[in-house]
Design a protein around this ligand. Sequence first.
Ligand code: NAP
Length: 291
Amino acid sequence: MQEIKSIAVIGLGLIGGSILKGLQGKGYDLYGVSRREETINQALEENLIIKGSTNIDLACEADLIFICTPINKTIETINLLASKVKPEAIITDVASVKERIMDFVYLSPDKIRFIGGHPMAGKENKGLDSSDESLFIDAKWVLTPSKYADEGDVKTLSVIIKKLGAKIIIAEPAQHDKAVALISHMPLLLSQGLFRTVDNYSDIEISQLAITLASSGFRDMTRLAATNSELTKDMLFQNKKNVIESVKEFKKYLEGLEKELIEDEENFMRIAEKLACNRKQMYSPEGKNIL
Ligand code: NAP
């Protein structure tokens, strides 16, 4: 295991900012790299970092680098870092889709010590102002180690992620992408579909009344529809194959439920009760997944 003294975060938005806030006072020299000068200045003013730059070279001074740019900038950022980082530096990312990034690392001629990452925590808002020091507490954090990172590297990174309060789950990139299509990317699409169904309902009067009456149920079911558009596009486009597969499964299940509702109310209720029980067991009263 390596001793990590300095950590650089690239992309000081919701996730990058939350990592920096969560690592305050934990004994690391924290550096920040972002696209805009004003974001760097804000991070310096808030004492989140001791050095900041819009130039990626600063990140290459660190022992560990978190790439927290939008998904569509992750490969480009890995490529920029690859030939410049210290040979012992560990690089990780937080992108919500993993297979494409891991394929790039496998095919890259630069053997960087890359460990893919994806914290299973977030919000629909973006930017440094939305970041939160406790975002990762009790959250799962997926790691997809590349062949160039050894067990010691994974342990080194895990220690730091655990300091953010998260729990590590090791997964294969393809398996990860299928799983998050089910629990994150398909729900985003369904959330959009649900909102549009009500908003564009054929009877305008009913649509307006429904929007006026909508309360917490509709709010919770459509929260993801407010996800920032860049992240929405990246997740749905880059994981399209798995999202489509998940939606196919969902349609089958929905048709089955509809059929039960029409033809067999008793069986429908048996299914609904079992479902409610399983759903209740999944989350703590604070809303954390306890499975
Ligand atoms: P975000 O709030 O928009 O933050 C991304 C930041 O990256 C922006 O604030 C921008 O900073 C900076 N940036 C953009 N292009 C850059 C570049 N080429 N080089 C350096 N910095 C750049 O987005 P986010 O929600 O934190 O998402 C970032 C990553 O986290 C994505 O890969 C996403 O998949 C992953 N993730 C997100 C969530 C979530 O719920 N949001 C959850 C888990 C994982 P400036 O202010 O300098 O323009």
